[in-house]
Write a protein that binds this ligand. Structure first.
Ligand code: ZN
Length: 79
């Protein structure tokens, strides 16, 4: 779990928000949840980042996109 820096504008706490849960079934069943980091006092937010997580044919779990992590990284970069 990535730690979130405080909001660059108001100094408030930030939190990770799941905007919606989603999945696609072609070619495999993949998770496509959508994530965003928002400031507690709602003054700013990142754009949305989608997951893309699925099981490969060899049984390995592939995390092509970790939306939660990408949203958090984007948030932490804007200082
Ligand atoms: Zn703020």
């Amino acid at each position: 779990m990535i730690e979130l820096k405080p909001c660059p504008f108001c100094g408030g706490k930030a939190r990770l928000k799941r905007l919606r849960g989603g999945y696609k079934t072609n070619p495999t069943t993949a998770i496509f949840d959508s994530w965003q980091v928002v400031c507690q006092s709602n003054c700013c937010r990142t754009s949305e980042f989608e997951d893309e997580i699925y099981h490969a044919d060899n049984g390995e779990v592939v995390v092509k996109h970790n939306g939660a992590e990408e949203a958090a990284e984007t948030w932490n970069k804007r200082v």
